[in-house]
Write a protein that binds this ligand. Structure first.
Ligand code: ADP
Ligand code: MG
Length: 342
């Protein structure tokens, strides 16, 4: 059963640049013609460097922004066709978790108010039901009754993120959208929250849109990996296929740069340089011609400079799509990180 379906979705932001001699209006293509589906119980991970459009795609999926082009279907409903109470009911299907658990929680509200607020806002059940549901979701994120009357400043970052996750779960959504939910946390806490996500996936049959720039995390949680570069999907594959045979040079470079947890010898800048992921993501206002990755690609030819690559099945595998003129090449071993992230 498909929970979320994005069809040819784009998000263009108008950018006004004024200088003393002229004004010009340009377009920033943050998300450019992306189609994607998420099935019940499936975790789709969106990866890519900062500035590739991951959060913009997440905001569109979360119904926080309307796309410039394309359609969004949630639970089979075209969200552009619903308003008012029907849209409110549709929003109940979504739980949102963001990067920063410090700014996400109103400091003047106690935990019972914070977690119970969505139930009250949607008038779900009576007081007794709301209280039992709050306790139930707090228990699922590893927090007990004693936290009910306490306030956000009394908690650590990891505990605050647990409260945010409880809030996201309280309306029993079918899809959780989590945008870099571990990035603001101490490394020691990250694996605990990561394990919490995995446990919730298993016990609640939830679908996840999990946005991360961390390949080790993605290897741990994803069923499907989607790699974004400058607003476009450059590769999409089931997790094991992706980590054993990444086909796009950008994916290969991202994997080569994995700072292998607990193994400093393999990590960091040296490997990154060796594998050639150099420079930064170019501006999406003036993206490079042809394949947008070509200025950073060691395999680029004249063709890549002029012709945008089409997305095609890699080696005939209908589950593995790559947008590259010369996909494949150097195979990579799956990073040795599965056990260490826990
Ligand atoms: P990521 O989450 O992968 O880092 P974002 O989706 O945040 O990427 O941003 C993609 C691009 O869109 C960036 O160049 C960013 O500056 C730009 N962008 C994001 N939101 C806006 C906005 N509201 N107005 C203008 N530009 C934006
Ligand atoms: Mg982001």
């Amino acid at each position: 059963m498909t929970i979320l379906s994005l069809n040819h979705v784009s998000q263009f932001y108008p950018i006004k640049q004024a200088s003393w001699w002229h004004r010009q209006s340009q377009t920033l293509r943050a998300v450019d013609n992306i189609s994607l589906t998420i099935e019940k119980g499936e975790t789709v991970a969106i990866v890519g460097e900062s500035g590739c459009g991951k959060s913009t795609l997440g905001r569109i999926a979360a119904l926080l922004e309307k796309p410039t082009e394309g359609t969004v279907y949630l639970d089979g409903v075209d969200v552009a066709t619903v308003k008012g109470q029907s849209l409110k009911a549709l929003r109940k299907r979504l739980g949102l978790v963001f990067q920063d658990p410090y700014s996400a929680l109103n400091p003047r509200m106690s935990v019972d108010e914070l977690v119970g607020e969505p139930l009250a806002a949607h008038s779900v059940g009576d007081d007794a039901y709301q209280r039992s549901q709050v306790l139930h979701v707090l228990d699922s994120v590893g927090l007990g009754e004693e936290v009910l009357g306490r306030y956000p400043h009394e908690f650590s970052g990891g505990q605050r993120q647990r409260i945010c996750i409880a809030r996201a779960l309280v309306l029993e959504p079918s899809l959780i959208i989590a945008d870099e939910p571990l990035s603001a946390l101490d490394v020691s806490v990250q694996s605990q929250i990561l394990n919490l996500f995995v446990r919730l996936q298993k016990t609640r049959d939830l679908a996840f849109l999990f946005i991360s720039h961390d390949m080790a995390v993605v290897n741990y949680v994803a069923d499907t990996v989607v790699v974004m570069y400058l607003g476009k999907v450059v590769e999409k594959a089931p997790r094991s296929t992706f980590f054993s045979t990444p086909a796009h040079p950008y994916s290969q470079a991202l994997l080569a740069a994995v700072p292998t947890l607990g193994n400093p010898a393999k990590s960091g800048g040296r490997r990154r340089r060796e594998r050639g992921l150099q420079g930064d993501v170019p501006s999406p206002i003036n993206p490079p011609s042809g394949c947008a990755f070509h200025p950073r690609c060691t395999r680029a030819t004249d063709l890549c400079r002029v012709a945008p690559p089409q997305s095609t099945a890699f080696l005939g595998d209908e589950a593995h799509y790559v947008a590259c003129h010369f996909p494949g090449g150097e195979p990579y071993a799956e990073p040795d990180i599965q056990g260490e992230a826990v």
